[in-house]
Each structure stands twice: as C-alpha cells, then as structure tokens.
Ligand binder design. Sequence first.
Ligand code: DO4
Ligand code: MG
Length: 284
Amino acid sequence: MKICRFQQNDSVRVGLVADNSTLLDLSPAGITRLDSILEHENPTAHLSRCAQEKLPRLPLAEVQLLAPIEQQEVWAVGVTYLRSKTARMEESDFSASAYDKVYSADRPELFFKSLAEKVSGPGGPVGIRMDAKWNVPEPELALVVNSKGSIVGYTVGNDMSSRDIEGENLLYLPQAKIYKHSCALGPWITLGTPETETREWTIAIEIKRDGKSVFSGETSVGRIKRSFADLVHYLTRSQEFPHGAVLLTGTGVVPDDSFTLHANDITEINISGIGTLKNTVAVV
Ligand code: DO4
Ligand code: MG
C-alpha cells in the first residue's frame, strides 16, 4: 500500500495511491495526516478498513504531490555500500582511512540531514551549492520510522552532496551535506513490506541535461552492508524521536569523478517497490 501527501487548491491532504494514475482522498475517512497511519499499531490493516469507505478518486496528474513527511527529522547513514567506500577513499587521501574503518566498524556513520519543513518533494528543486564545484545526487532508500522506532514504510531519498567540500576535510561534511534543498523525498511511502522483500528492490538513477541522458546507474538494496534493524538501532540509541524519523540508507551509485551536476539538470530516481522521484537541479 502506498500513501502520499498532496495539495489540492489550498488544502493539504493524505491519499492512498490506487494505481499509477489515481489516488483516493483519505480525508472523508478522517485521515488528514500521515502520522495517524504511521503511528497506528497496524498501519496496513487500519488503511484497508478506511479504504472500504467510498472515497473520492483523483487523477494523480491533477494534484500536487508533496514530500511525504510532516514533523520527522531526516537522518542519513553513509558508507553502507562498497561502492560508496571506494568512491570516498579515492576522493580524499586525507580521509581515506576514516572511510575504510567506518565501513567495517560496528558503529555506522550517522548524520543529521534535514528538518522536515526543508525537504523538497516531487517536482521540487534539489540544490547544488554556489561555492562547490563537484556536486552529485545520492539515490537512497529511505526508511520511515515511527516514534516507537519501528520501520513502517519506505520512500525514495536524494542525499545531495558536494564532493569537493566533503573531500577537502571530513570536518566539512555538514557543509557538504546540509544546505538549502539538499534533501528530497517522495513520491510517496510504501507501507508494510518486510526487509527480505525490500532487499530485492533495485535503485536506479537517470540524470538528464537538455533532454538527453548524461548519467544513469543502478544498484540493489540487497547490497547495503548492514541490516535495517542495525541502522535503526544506532539511530535510536540514546536518542528520542517523538514525531518519528526518516533514515536515508546510503548510496550505492556514484558517477565517475568527471561528472558534476549542472543547473536545470533533471534527476530521476526510481526504486522498484516504490516509484520515481523527479527533481530539477538549482544553484543555491
Ligand atoms: O561520509 C560521507 C557520506 C557518505 C554517504 O552519504 C553515503 O554513502 O551515502
Ligand atoms: Mg548519502
């Protein structure tokens, strides 16, 4: 089951995605916020009951989808794929041993990424810093975690990053990773898939410039080195998330070192069990 946030006229509502072109507006069933589903003890059963009511059907093309997040903090883990470790070590002699060590250490690299209100949604901008020369998208599976620390769903994430700033000095990581429009999520949340099934999903990205493809790449969720339970365990250690959290699980697709994003490039990230998140690059 897939749930989304959308705007129609001036109101923000929650929808159940019925198929590739239609959603059911859940507001007549009393569901006006995602958290009423995400915090429910059985989100999919709750939603199935609500969906039995006669609900308005809306063409997806006629609504504005919003980032599927309300008040959750967004966090990210890094260096969870071998490809990411190798890319990071090549990017910086200075930091190479830190990336090498964190890939095999018990404790993962974990960093704060964004406040909910700063996240870009489907069709929104993703930023490249005006003081960076080497910028990339990072296509990542995002775990949707409720306030009890349970993984209740998944969405598509983009952990936009400035590789020259990150490579210059590890201590610049927050500047390389956290700036205006540096995080995008969407197009919706897929609920109720067990980790074993999610690990079969593929993550693909295509970047288009002036209508032509300039980069494409693909990986599999199954290549993430750590279990989801382990990642959430470290996220929630000595920490509370009263509104839940969204956790980006790291990138396994890194373009060649000669590639950098340009303003107006289009990024399209598809995760097979979820859908496609499309954004336009803007200099910030
Ligand atoms: O320390 C660098 C961050 C790596 C990252 O964001 C990733 O692997 O996805
Ligand atoms: Mg990342």
